[in-house]
Design a protein around this ligand. Structure first.
Ligand SMILES: Nc1ncnc2c1ncn2[C@@H]1O[C@H](COP(=O)(O)OP(=O)(O)OP(=O)(O)O)[C@@H](O)[C@H]1O
Ligand SMILES: Nc1ncnc2c1ncn2[C@@H]1O[C@H](COP(=O)(O)OP(=O)(O)OP(=O)(O)O)[C@@H](O)[C@H]1O
Ligand SMILES: [Mg+2]
Ligand SMILES: [Mg+2]
Lengths: 256, 256
């Protein structure tokens, strides 16, 4: 059974990419076969894993347009159990293009491109989404089995959560009834900052069943690792940042 | 002469909204007549200024669809020289809707809605953009006289800057030849973090003429003020956060 986890939040800079890279790496280090699919034209996940679409472009955009099959787009990474499909700047064209595709099918383009035979080798597929609730994120929510929501412990972060939840509800009702919440992940938590503390309490109050016990602290290692094109677990495994994602992976595996 | 400044960067969470609110407030406190237009469906700028689109919605979305004229959408704020037009969640519909509007005109919808007679009372109009290079940001770049680019002092921030610059070049060539760079604003600068320092040096190296002298430090006041619906200058004027935006306003007025 392949868990397909969409990492989604339309608010910018909340740690979607950092969570994609480091959760995937931590699951791979637990010897689970993991695939990361970068769906964000900014391609931050790709550069954080030292992979590139190349020329001619072999990226998630070509997966959505059907130019190449799934299997031809897989790349290895520095971790033996972790594969990835990079994104490319062409993906910026997908949103306007999707608007003129038949409404009956444009939400399931990603799902249909993920052939069950091709994906079954993976225990986890992690989808990095851009900061929007447009067609890319919609496709991810339709293709996913669950959604993991990173939430920065800041005021604006709470505001957007309701909107995301409503979008998930609509997706469940129309296209993906078994979509579940993997969890809400408090990110960039600053122990000295009382706003951080009060946002965390608000999250736990409104979503008692969903907030992970694992909290990702603000840690300079998590900002530095991508500049070396590697997950924190390879850059500085003993750092608070790397350890917090190892704990998150264990928490997710424990709940199965 | 009305300066129309688009606050743009497709990277998420780099301080576009925080800069919109606090730069506008600081210019208003210098007794310049300022208008903020919130163009982001997340409506963070609106909540950070305690304004709302209301029912029936009177927001920047209705400005773009032509439902109400410019003058009917202006709201007062707690600062006498600062007015604002809020956004609303309806704006999330604009991107897909714009994709089916005549390509000849869909980039200038905002510009055409800003009647020269209506805007001339303002010295500055500040446009808060969403984290994308889609139709909303495109409209802002076409309507603007200059672009101010907040850049978080983190690794991924540098990657996106090239993409944004290329988009600006295309806008200049096709639709807005006089579009200039107001400046590049280093944000969330952390003095104890060597990555912060090296990103700042990279910025100054690649864009020597554009990087502001004013640097916005990471300061908890800038995160707390919006939870009280006010700019930092009204929440805690002596804070490093509020003072850094006062300095930015002075720097911009000096170059005016
Ligand atoms: N816990 C952390 N501690 C320190 N820095 C972090 C942490 N998490 C993320 N960062 C840094 O903060 C910035 C924003 O994080 P990230 O890019 O993962 O967010 P995002 O939600 O993917 O952004 P976008 O909405 O643009 O896709 C990045 O530069 C990242 O390296
Ligand atoms: N200098 C700062 N110090 C501390 N917190 C800050 C600072 N600047 C911004 N923040 C906080 O960081 C978060 C991201 O900032 P902001 O919302 O302004 O970015 P943005 O670029 O508008 O994001 P988006 O791409 O989602 O529109 C917010 O919660 C904000 O309050
Ligand atoms: Mg990202
Ligand atoms: Mg914003």
């Amino acid at each position: 059974m392949t868990h397909i986890v969409a990492i989604a939040n339309q608010k910018g800079g909340v740690g979607k990419t950092t969570t994609t890279i480091n959760l995937a790496a931590s699951l791979a280090v637990e010897e689970k076969k993991v695939l990361v699919i970068d769906l964000d034209p900014q391609s931050n996940t790709s550069s954080g894993l030292s992979i590139t679409a190349g020329t001619p472009s072999h990226s998630s955009y070509e997966l959505l347009t059907g130019k190449y099959p799934f299997a031809e787009l897989l790349q290895k990474t520095a971790l033996p159990y972790l594969s990835a499909i990079p994104c490319s700047v062409s993906m910026a064209g997908f949103e306007p293009e999707a608007a003129s595709i038949d409404p009956a099918g444009r939400h399931r383009i990603l799902k249909d491109s993920m052939d069950p035979e091709a994906i079954k080798e993976f225990t986890y597929i992690i989808l990095d989404c851009p900061p929007s609730l447009g067609f890319i994120t919609l496709n991810a929510l339709v293709a996913a089995t669950s959604v993991l929501i990173p939430v920065q412990c800041e005021y604006f972060a709470l505001e957007g959560l309701g909107q995301l939840m409503r979008t998930m509800e609509r997706v469940k009702q129309r296209w993906n009834p078994t979509l579940s919440i993997e969890g809400i992940l408090p990110t960039m938590f600053d122990t000295r900052n009382r706003l951080s503390m009060s946002v965390l309490e608000e999250l736990k109050k409104h979503f008692p069943a969903d907030v992970f016990s694992s909290i990702i602290p603000r840690n300079v290692i998590l900002g530095e690792a991508p500049s070396h094109g590697m997950p924190a677990i390879l850059y500085d495994v003993m750092s608070k940042g790397a350890q917090s994602y190892i704990n998150l992976a264990k928490e997710i595996l424990a709940y199965g």
